[in-house]
Design a protein around this ligand. Structure first.
Ligand code: NAP
Length: 306
Protein backbone atom coordinates (compact mmCIF):
# COMPACT_ATOMS: atom_id res chain seq x y z
CA UNK A 1 0.00 0.00 0.00
CA UNK A 2 1.27 3.49 -0.87
CA UNK A 3 0.72 6.53 1.35
CA UNK A 4 1.62 10.15 0.72
CA UNK A 5 3.14 11.97 3.72
CA UNK A 6 1.54 15.43 3.61
CA UNK A 7 3.35 17.07 6.50
CA UNK A 8 6.21 19.48 7.10
CA UNK A 9 9.64 18.14 6.17
CA UNK A 10 10.73 18.45 9.83
CA UNK A 11 8.28 15.70 10.81
CA UNK A 12 9.58 13.15 8.32
CA UNK A 13 12.56 11.95 10.39
CA UNK A 14 10.46 11.07 13.42
CA UNK A 15 7.36 9.77 11.62
CA UNK A 16 8.74 7.77 8.69
CA UNK A 17 10.64 5.19 10.82
CA UNK A 18 7.74 4.83 13.27
CA UNK A 19 5.16 4.37 10.49
CA UNK A 20 7.34 1.87 8.64
CA UNK A 21 7.95 -0.08 11.85
CA UNK A 22 4.23 -0.19 12.62
CA UNK A 23 3.29 -1.06 9.05
CA UNK A 24 6.09 -2.93 7.25
CA UNK A 25 3.96 -3.32 4.10
CA UNK A 26 3.67 0.50 3.78
CA UNK A 27 5.39 2.33 0.92
CA UNK A 28 5.56 5.87 2.36
CA UNK A 29 6.60 8.78 0.12
CA UNK A 30 6.78 12.55 0.08
CA UNK A 31 6.50 12.90 -3.70
CA UNK A 32 5.03 11.12 -6.66
CA UNK A 33 1.91 11.09 -8.81
CA UNK A 34 -1.02 11.79 -6.42
CA UNK A 35 -3.19 9.36 -8.37
CA UNK A 36 -0.86 6.54 -7.34
CA UNK A 37 -1.46 6.77 -3.56
CA UNK A 38 -3.88 4.67 -1.50
CA UNK A 39 -3.92 7.08 1.45
CA UNK A 40 -2.77 10.53 2.60
CA UNK A 41 -1.22 11.05 6.03
CA UNK A 42 -1.73 14.71 6.84
CA UNK A 43 -0.56 17.25 9.42
CA UNK A 44 -1.40 20.99 9.46
CA UNK A 45 1.24 23.27 7.99
CA UNK A 46 1.33 21.44 4.64
CA UNK A 47 1.88 22.66 2.01
CA UNK A 48 4.23 25.15 3.57
CA UNK A 49 3.31 28.04 1.26
CA UNK A 50 0.13 28.56 3.31
CA UNK A 51 -2.26 27.34 0.62
CA UNK A 52 -4.94 24.81 1.56
CA UNK A 53 -4.07 21.22 0.71
CA UNK A 54 -5.56 20.06 -2.60
CA UNK A 55 -6.83 16.53 -2.06
CA UNK A 56 -8.64 16.31 -5.43
CA UNK A 57 -5.74 14.71 -7.38
CA UNK A 58 -5.56 11.82 -4.85
CA UNK A 59 -8.23 10.00 -6.82
CA UNK A 60 -7.31 6.51 -5.56
CA UNK A 61 -6.95 7.39 -1.87
CA UNK A 62 -9.33 5.61 0.49
CA UNK A 63 -8.31 7.53 3.59
CA UNK A 64 -6.97 10.87 4.76
CA UNK A 65 -5.48 10.28 8.19
CA UNK A 66 -4.82 13.40 10.27
CA UNK A 67 -1.89 13.24 12.68
CA UNK A 68 -3.69 15.86 14.79
CA UNK A 69 -6.78 15.41 16.94
CA UNK A 70 -8.18 18.80 15.91
CA UNK A 71 -9.28 18.80 12.25
CA UNK A 72 -10.84 22.25 11.90
CA UNK A 73 -8.32 23.21 9.23
CA UNK A 74 -9.16 20.34 6.86
CA UNK A 75 -12.70 19.27 7.72
CA UNK A 76 -14.19 22.16 5.67
CA UNK A 77 -11.76 21.66 2.73
CA UNK A 78 -13.98 21.33 -0.38
CA UNK A 79 -11.35 19.26 -2.24
CA UNK A 80 -11.52 16.54 0.41
CA UNK A 81 -13.69 13.78 -1.01
CA UNK A 82 -11.96 10.92 0.82
CA UNK A 83 -12.96 9.75 4.33
CA UNK A 84 -11.17 11.85 6.98
CA UNK A 85 -9.99 10.30 10.25
CA UNK A 86 -8.56 12.23 13.19
CA UNK A 87 -5.88 11.21 15.65
CA UNK A 88 -6.83 9.37 18.80
CA UNK A 89 -3.71 8.09 20.48
CA UNK A 90 -3.02 6.95 24.04
CA UNK A 91 0.08 9.16 24.27
CA UNK A 92 -1.95 12.23 23.28
CA UNK A 93 -4.56 11.48 25.93
CA UNK A 94 -1.95 10.89 28.63
CA UNK A 95 -0.21 14.16 27.77
CA UNK A 96 -3.51 16.03 28.04
CA UNK A 97 -4.33 14.37 31.36
CA UNK A 98 -0.97 15.43 32.79
CA UNK A 99 -1.29 19.01 31.47
CA UNK A 100 -4.81 19.48 32.86
CA UNK A 101 -4.10 17.76 36.17
CA UNK A 102 -0.98 19.86 36.67
CA UNK A 103 -2.67 23.21 36.05
CA UNK A 104 -5.80 22.18 37.96
CA UNK A 105 -3.65 21.37 40.99
CA UNK A 106 -1.84 24.69 40.65
CA UNK A 107 -5.18 26.48 40.76
CA UNK A 108 -6.62 24.31 43.49
CA UNK A 109 -3.62 24.40 45.83
CA UNK A 110 -3.03 28.12 45.26
CA UNK A 111 0.59 27.31 44.52
CA UNK A 112 1.30 30.84 43.32
CA UNK A 113 0.72 32.20 46.83
CA UNK A 114 3.85 30.47 48.02
CA UNK A 115 6.33 32.44 45.95
CA UNK A 116 9.46 33.12 48.01
CA UNK A 117 8.75 36.64 49.26
CA UNK A 118 9.80 36.25 52.89
CA UNK A 119 6.27 35.95 54.23
CA UNK A 120 5.13 33.01 56.40
CA UNK A 121 1.68 32.32 54.88
CA UNK A 122 0.08 29.63 57.00
CA UNK A 123 -3.27 31.34 57.44
CA UNK A 124 -4.96 29.73 54.48
CA UNK A 125 -4.29 26.02 53.96
CA UNK A 126 -5.66 24.69 50.67
CA UNK A 127 -8.93 22.77 50.75
CA UNK A 128 -9.06 19.15 49.72
CA UNK A 129 -10.02 18.27 46.15
CA UNK A 130 -13.40 17.04 47.39
CA UNK A 131 -14.24 20.67 48.22
CA UNK A 132 -13.41 21.89 44.69
CA UNK A 133 -15.73 21.68 41.68
CA UNK A 134 -14.28 21.22 38.22
CA UNK A 135 -16.30 21.28 35.00
CA UNK A 136 -14.93 19.80 31.80
CA UNK A 137 -16.49 21.10 28.57
CA UNK A 138 -16.09 18.41 25.91
CA UNK A 139 -16.21 14.82 27.09
CA UNK A 140 -14.62 13.10 24.12
CA UNK A 141 -11.37 11.14 23.99
CA UNK A 142 -9.42 13.85 25.79
CA UNK A 143 -12.04 15.53 27.98
CA UNK A 144 -13.28 12.15 29.18
CA UNK A 145 -9.77 11.01 30.15
CA UNK A 146 -9.14 14.32 31.94
CA UNK A 147 -12.46 14.11 33.81
CA UNK A 148 -11.67 10.56 34.95
CA UNK A 149 -8.21 11.57 36.20
CA UNK A 150 -9.50 14.62 38.08
CA UNK A 151 -12.30 12.57 39.65
CA UNK A 152 -9.71 9.98 40.71
CA UNK A 153 -7.81 12.79 42.48
CA UNK A 154 -11.00 13.55 44.39
CA UNK A 155 -12.33 16.63 42.58
CA UNK A 156 -16.10 17.03 42.15
CA UNK A 157 -16.20 16.76 38.39
CA UNK A 158 -19.06 17.66 36.06
CA UNK A 159 -18.79 16.98 32.34
CA UNK A 160 -20.62 18.70 29.49
CA UNK A 161 -20.99 17.56 25.90
CA UNK A 162 -23.41 17.95 23.00
CA UNK A 163 -25.00 14.56 23.59
CA UNK A 164 -24.56 14.35 27.38
CA UNK A 165 -23.47 10.74 26.76
CA UNK A 166 -23.16 9.10 30.19
CA UNK A 167 -19.74 8.24 31.60
CA UNK A 168 -19.35 5.97 34.61
CA UNK A 169 -18.55 7.91 37.78
CA UNK A 170 -19.02 11.39 36.22
CA UNK A 171 -22.19 13.42 35.90
CA UNK A 172 -22.32 14.49 32.26
CA UNK A 173 -24.72 17.28 31.30
CA UNK A 174 -26.01 17.72 27.77
CA UNK A 175 -26.14 20.69 25.39
CA UNK A 176 -28.95 22.77 26.97
CA UNK A 177 -27.39 22.44 30.44
CA UNK A 178 -24.24 24.44 29.75
CA UNK A 179 -25.30 27.03 32.32
CA UNK A 180 -25.34 24.34 35.02
CA UNK A 181 -21.86 23.11 34.10
CA UNK A 182 -20.54 26.68 34.16
CA UNK A 183 -22.23 27.48 37.46
CA UNK A 184 -20.36 24.59 39.11
CA UNK A 185 -16.94 25.40 37.69
CA UNK A 186 -14.54 26.67 40.33
CA UNK A 187 -12.10 25.45 37.71
CA UNK A 188 -13.24 25.17 34.08
CA UNK A 189 -11.36 22.93 31.63
CA UNK A 190 -12.30 23.39 27.97
CA UNK A 191 -11.61 20.49 25.62
CA UNK A 192 -14.05 21.19 22.80
CA UNK A 193 -13.17 21.13 19.11
CA UNK A 194 -13.27 24.27 16.97
CA UNK A 195 -16.53 24.05 15.01
CA UNK A 196 -19.15 26.61 13.97
CA UNK A 197 -21.19 25.52 17.02
CA UNK A 198 -18.39 26.02 19.58
CA UNK A 199 -16.84 29.22 18.22
CA UNK A 200 -17.18 32.12 20.68
CA UNK A 201 -19.00 29.81 23.11
CA UNK A 202 -17.51 31.51 26.16
CA UNK A 203 -18.62 35.10 25.74
CA UNK A 204 -19.34 37.71 28.42
CA UNK A 205 -22.76 36.25 29.26
CA UNK A 206 -21.44 32.71 29.70
CA UNK A 207 -18.31 33.81 31.57
CA UNK A 208 -20.62 35.65 33.97
CA UNK A 209 -22.14 32.29 34.93
CA UNK A 210 -18.86 31.03 36.39
CA UNK A 211 -18.46 31.24 40.17
CA UNK A 212 -16.66 34.29 41.53
CA UNK A 213 -12.89 33.77 41.31
CA UNK A 214 -13.02 30.83 38.88
CA UNK A 215 -10.04 29.65 36.87
CA UNK A 216 -10.16 28.69 33.19
CA UNK A 217 -7.79 26.15 31.67
CA UNK A 218 -8.12 26.06 27.86
CA UNK A 219 -6.13 23.48 25.93
CA UNK A 220 -9.08 23.02 23.48
CA UNK A 221 -9.01 25.79 20.88
CA UNK A 222 -8.51 29.55 21.04
CA UNK A 223 -11.77 30.22 19.20
CA UNK A 224 -13.83 28.89 22.12
CA UNK A 225 -13.30 32.08 24.15
CA UNK A 226 -14.05 35.68 23.18
CA UNK A 227 -10.72 37.29 24.01
CA UNK A 228 -11.96 40.75 24.98
CA UNK A 229 -14.67 39.26 27.19
CA UNK A 230 -12.08 37.09 28.96
CA UNK A 231 -9.82 40.09 29.54
CA UNK A 232 -12.76 42.08 30.94
CA UNK A 233 -13.73 39.26 33.30
CA UNK A 234 -10.16 38.95 34.58
CA UNK A 235 -9.68 42.70 34.91
CA UNK A 236 -12.91 43.13 36.87
CA UNK A 237 -11.87 40.43 39.35
CA UNK A 238 -14.75 38.12 38.38
CA UNK A 239 -12.27 35.48 37.27
CA UNK A 240 -8.96 34.73 38.97
CA UNK A 241 -6.79 33.33 36.24
CA UNK A 242 -6.70 31.75 32.79
CA UNK A 243 -4.20 29.17 31.58
CA UNK A 244 -4.29 29.28 27.78
CA UNK A 245 -2.53 26.82 25.48
CA UNK A 246 -4.32 27.61 22.22
CA UNK A 247 -5.04 30.89 20.48
CA UNK A 248 -6.89 32.39 17.54
CA UNK A 249 -3.54 33.27 16.02
CA UNK A 250 -0.60 30.94 16.59
CA UNK A 251 2.15 31.65 17.40
CA UNK A 252 0.58 34.23 19.72
CA UNK A 253 1.81 37.61 18.38
CA UNK A 254 4.46 39.26 20.63
CA UNK A 255 2.30 42.35 21.22
CA UNK A 256 -0.77 40.36 22.25
CA UNK A 257 -2.09 41.49 25.67
CA UNK A 258 -2.27 37.88 26.93
CA UNK A 259 1.54 37.73 27.17
CA UNK A 260 1.86 40.44 29.79
CA UNK A 261 -1.38 39.95 31.69
CA UNK A 262 -0.65 39.00 35.32
CA UNK A 263 -3.70 36.73 35.49
CA UNK A 264 -2.95 34.83 32.30
CA UNK A 265 -0.49 31.99 31.84
CA UNK A 266 0.39 31.34 28.20
CA UNK A 267 1.67 27.94 27.13
CA UNK A 268 2.64 27.58 23.44
CA UNK A 269 0.25 24.85 22.20
CA UNK A 270 2.15 22.14 24.01
CA UNK A 271 -0.58 20.59 26.14
CA UNK A 272 -0.54 17.30 24.31
CA UNK A 273 1.46 16.16 21.35
CA UNK A 274 0.91 13.26 18.99
CA UNK A 275 3.88 11.01 19.62
CA UNK A 276 4.95 8.82 16.70
CA UNK A 277 5.73 5.79 18.89
CA UNK A 278 2.19 5.48 20.23
CA UNK A 279 0.35 7.02 17.25
CA UNK A 280 1.96 5.08 14.38
CA UNK A 281 0.16 1.82 15.32
CA UNK A 282 -3.14 3.74 15.21
CA UNK A 283 -2.34 5.00 11.70
CA UNK A 284 -1.24 1.50 10.64
CA UNK A 285 -4.52 0.01 11.83
CA UNK A 286 -6.52 2.55 9.85
CA UNK A 287 -4.44 2.04 6.71
CA UNK A 288 -5.11 -1.69 6.89
CA UNK A 289 -8.80 -1.10 7.48
CA UNK A 290 -8.96 1.26 4.50
CA UNK A 291 -7.26 -1.26 2.23
CA UNK A 292 -9.57 -4.06 3.40
CA UNK A 293 -12.70 -1.91 3.08
CA UNK A 294 -13.41 -2.30 6.81
CA UNK A 295 -14.91 0.50 8.96
CA UNK A 296 -12.35 3.18 9.81
CA UNK A 297 -11.41 4.28 13.31
CA UNK A 298 -12.17 7.83 14.49
CA UNK A 299 -13.75 9.00 11.27
CA UNK A 300 -14.73 12.67 11.31
CA UNK A 301 -18.37 13.62 10.82
CA UNK A 302 -17.71 16.54 8.51
CA UNK A 303 -21.21 17.95 8.93
CA UNK A 304 -20.51 18.39 12.66
CA UNK A 305 -16.85 19.29 12.10
CA UNK A 306 -15.32 16.79 14.54
P1 NAP B 1 -13.52 14.34 20.54
O1 NAP B 1 -13.23 12.97 21.01
O2 NAP B 1 -14.09 14.52 19.18
O3 NAP B 1 -14.50 15.01 21.61
C1 NAP B 1 -15.12 16.23 21.40
C2 NAP B 1 -16.09 16.48 22.53
O4 NAP B 1 -16.64 17.78 22.36
C3 NAP B 1 -17.27 15.50 22.54
O5 NAP B 1 -17.60 15.16 23.87
C4 NAP B 1 -18.37 16.30 21.89
O6 NAP B 1 -19.68 15.95 22.31
C5 NAP B 1 -18.06 17.68 22.40
N1 NAP B 1 -18.66 18.70 21.54
C6 NAP B 1 -18.39 18.98 20.24
N2 NAP B 1 -19.16 19.99 19.82
C7 NAP B 1 -19.93 20.36 20.87
C8 NAP B 1 -20.92 21.35 21.05
N3 NAP B 1 -21.29 22.18 20.06
N4 NAP B 1 -21.50 21.45 22.27
C9 NAP B 1 -21.15 20.62 23.27
N5 NAP B 1 -20.21 19.65 23.16
C10 NAP B 1 -19.61 19.54 21.98
O7 NAP B 1 -12.22 15.25 20.60
P2 NAP B 1 -10.91 15.06 21.53
O8 NAP B 1 -10.02 14.04 20.95
O9 NAP B 1 -11.35 14.91 22.93
O10 NAP B 1 -10.21 16.49 21.31
C11 NAP B 1 -10.86 17.69 21.71
C12 NAP B 1 -10.08 18.87 21.19
O11 NAP B 1 -8.88 19.04 21.94
C13 NAP B 1 -9.59 18.77 19.75
O12 NAP B 1 -10.62 19.04 18.83
C14 NAP B 1 -8.52 19.83 19.73
O13 NAP B 1 -9.12 21.06 19.41
C15 NAP B 1 -8.01 19.86 21.16
N6 NAP B 1 -6.62 19.38 21.30
C16 NAP B 1 -5.68 20.22 21.79
C17 NAP B 1 -4.38 19.79 21.96
C18 NAP B 1 -3.32 20.70 22.53
O14 NAP B 1 -2.13 20.34 22.56
N7 NAP B 1 -3.67 21.86 23.02
C19 NAP B 1 -4.02 18.49 21.58
C20 NAP B 1 -5.01 17.66 21.07
C21 NAP B 1 -6.31 18.11 20.92
P3 NAP B 1 -20.30 14.50 21.99
O15 NAP B 1 -19.54 13.55 22.90
O16 NAP B 1 -21.72 14.62 22.36
O17 NAP B 1 -20.03 14.24 20.55
Amino acid sequence: MRAFFAARAALWNSWAPALRAACPELDLAREGDPAGFDAVIYAPGFPKDGRAMDFAPFTRARLVQSLWAGVERIAPNPTLIQPLCRMVDPGLAQGMVEYCAGWTLRAHLGMDRFAQDGLWRNDCPPPLAAQRRVSVLGMGELGGAVADALAALGFRVTGWSASGRPRPGIEVLGGPDLHRALGRADILVTLLPDTPATRDLLDADRLALLPQGAWIINPGRGTLIVEDDLLAALNSGRLSHAVLDVFRTEPLPPAHPFWSHPQITVTPHVAAETRPASAAPVVAENLRRAMAGRPLLHQVDRARGY
